[in-house]
Design a protein around this ligand. Structure first.
Ligand code: RP5
Length: 174
C-alpha cells in the first residue's frame, strides 16, 4: 500500500488549478501524498468513508479546498481528529468571500486552520511545517526554503535600487 502522509482533497475538479499549488509544495518537500475530488454534498457517503479511514491509512494532515458553500473542510474535521487545513476557493458569484466565511467560522471544539482565498501554496507549506515538528529533515528543508526566499526578495530590492522604478517595471511587463 502506498504511504500517504498528507492528503489533498477538493470539492470539484474545478478547484484543481488552485489546489495543485499545494501538491507542488508537497512534492518539492518530498512528502508522500494523494490528491482526490470529494464533495461534502455531492458525494457525502464517500467523503464520510474517506475521513473515517484516513487515520488508519497513516494520514497526518488533510488539506481540503472548497468553494461557495464550502463545507468540505469542516465536515472532514468533524470526522478526522488530526490537523485539517481549509483552502477557500475563489468563487464565481462572491469572489470567494462565501468560501472563506464558510470555512473559517468553525464551532469551538472542531478547528480548521484556514488559509487565505486560493491560498493553496500556504496550505502546503503549513502542512510541511506541522510535519516538521517531528521530522528533522523537513525542518532543515523548510529552513533552506526560507533562506532562498529571503535571498530572492533581497535580490529584487537590490535590482530595483540599481535600475530605478521605470526600468524595473518595464522588465516586469516583458
Ligand atoms: C464546491 O462547489 C467546489 O469546491 C467548487 O469550488 C464549487 C463549484 O463546483 P463545480 O460546479 O465547478 O463542480 O463544492
Amino acid at each position: 500500500m502506498k504511504n500517504i502522509t498528507v492528503s489533498i482533497i477538493m470539492g470539484s475538479d474545478s478547484d484543481l488549478t488552485v489546489m495543485k499549488e499545494a501538491l507542488d509544495v508537497l512534492n518539492d518537500f518530498e512528502v508522500d501524498n494523494e490528491i482526490l475530488v470529494l464533495s461534502a454534498h455531492r458525494t457525502f457517503e464517500a467523503t464520510r468513508e474517506y475521513a473515517q479511514s484516513a487515520v488508519g491509512k497513516g494520514i497526518k494532515v488533510i488539506i481540503a479546498g472548497a468553494g461557495g458553500a464550502a463545507h468540505l473542510p469542516g465536515v472532514i474535521a468533524a470526522m478526522f481528529p488530526l490537523p485539517v487545513i481549509g483552502v477557500p476557493i475563489k468563487s464565481k458569484s462572491l469572489d470567494g468571500l462565501d468560501s472563506l466565511l464558510s470555512i473559517v467560522q468553525m464551532p469551538p471544539g472542531i478547528p480548521v486552520a484556514t488559509v487565505g482565498i486560493n491560498g493553496a501554496k500556504n496550505a502546503g507549506l503549513l502542512a510541511v511545517q506541522i510535519l516538521s515538528t517531528s521530522n528533522k529533515d523537513l525542518a532543515v528543508k523548510l529552513n533552506d526554503f526560507r533562506t532562498k526566499q529571503k535571498e530572492s526578495v533581497l535580490a529584487k530590492s537590490e535590482k530595483l535600487e540599481t535600475l530605478g522604478v521605470k526600468k524595473y517595471l518595464n522588465i516586469l511587463k516583458k
